[in-house]
Design a protein around this ligand. Structure first.
Ligand SMILES: C[S@@+](CC[C@H](N)C(=O)[O-])C[C@H]1O[C@@H](n2cnc3c(N)ncnc32)[C@H](O)[C@@H]1O
Length: 274
């Protein structure tokens, strides 16, 4: 039996939809999502910070989820110190000695001094943060706690599915409409660069994209990505089609992924604080 975890804070937008209430299921889903991302990007970061990490740096992971990303980094670069922050307590109680987890609502501000971190990583907060909160809180807070010379990395998928079949297209459109009505921008992934570039203190802003393939046509990563996406879509299907049979829609999606060789794009934006 999985543990339940509570979703009681008002600032959380889509928790019941995106994140399973079952802590074990949600932790597994996030781990799978992490391994797929690592495979697609062939690594855990893109910024030129490996020398800094080897020497000993301070690293922050915002919306750390189950903390897999930060625990991996902590094992790879043991001289550095790591903080993972999340509103939910999904992180393991047994963790590397150089990792600390803090439970906190980041929309209330980041609980750190100015200029505290050499590297800040924010991945897949697309469903949780409204566009106005990105502009009014997130970018400013991330900038504030980043050290001069430090790097910020934001990774998000774009919620537009390429080469999609009719079921997938309709689902994606309905989800995007719902998100927009809540003030969430489903295309924020490609907006981060523009927003960050408009901040005078952030330089060397660079954006890269990768294909996130869905289905066996793309080999093992495609098979895993399909299963991750289907797990994530369960909540979306119940949200936008409360009367439909979820398993049936998932089977239709599988067929479409195979037939159309569907995929979406993941975007990574890196910037250095002057
Ligand atoms: C899709 S998960 C991504 C987790 C992790 N970054 C990864 O890539 O595996 C989004 C995470 O953001 C957290 N989150 C959402 N809103 C938050 C908030 N206001 N404050 C802190 N964490 C938040 C959620 O609890 C969840 O763990």
């Amino acid at each position: 039996m999985g543990n339940k975890h509570s979703h009681s804070n008002k600032s959380k937008v889509n928790f019941e939809v995106i994140h399973s209430k079952d802590k074990d299921l949600e932790t597994d889903r996030l781990s799978l999502g992490h391994y797929i991302m690592r495979e697609i990007w062939q690594g855990n970061f893109l910024s030129p910070i490996s020398d800094t990490l080897k020497q000993g740096a301070r690293v922050l992971d915002v919306g750390t989820g189950n903390g897999t990303w930060i625990c991996e980094l902590a094992a790879d670069y043991q001289k550095s110190q790591y903080v993972g922050i999340d509103i939910l307590n999904l992180q393991p109680s047994i963790r590397p000695f150089n990792v600390q987890f803090i439970q906190h609502d980041i929309l209330k501000g980041l609980p750190f001094e100015d200029n505290s971190f050499d590297f800040i990583h924010v991945r897949e907060m697309i469903f949780d943060i409204k566009e106005s909160d990105w502009s009014n809180i997130m970018y400013k807070e991330l900038y504030r706690v980043l050290k001069p010379g430090g790097w910020l990395e934001i990774i998000d998928p774009e919620l537009y599915w390429h080469d999609s079949g009719p079921v997938m297209t309709k689902l994606c459109n309905s989800v995007c409409d719902r998100l927009c009505s809540q003030g969430i921008n489903p295309f924020i992934a490609k907006r981060h660069k523009e927003s960050i570039q408009s901040m005078p203190g952030l330089t060397f802003v660079q954006q890269e994209e990768r294909v996130y393939p869905l289905g066996p046509w793309a080999g093992k990563v495609g098979v895993l990505a399909e299963s991750f996406l289907k797990e994530t879509c369960k909540g979306f299907i119940k949200w936008v089609y409360p009367k439909k049979n979820v398993e049936r829609v998932l089977n239709e999606l599988s067929t479409e992924f195979k037939t159309y060789k569907s995929y979406f794009i993941v975007v990574r934006c890196c910037a250095k604080k002057a």
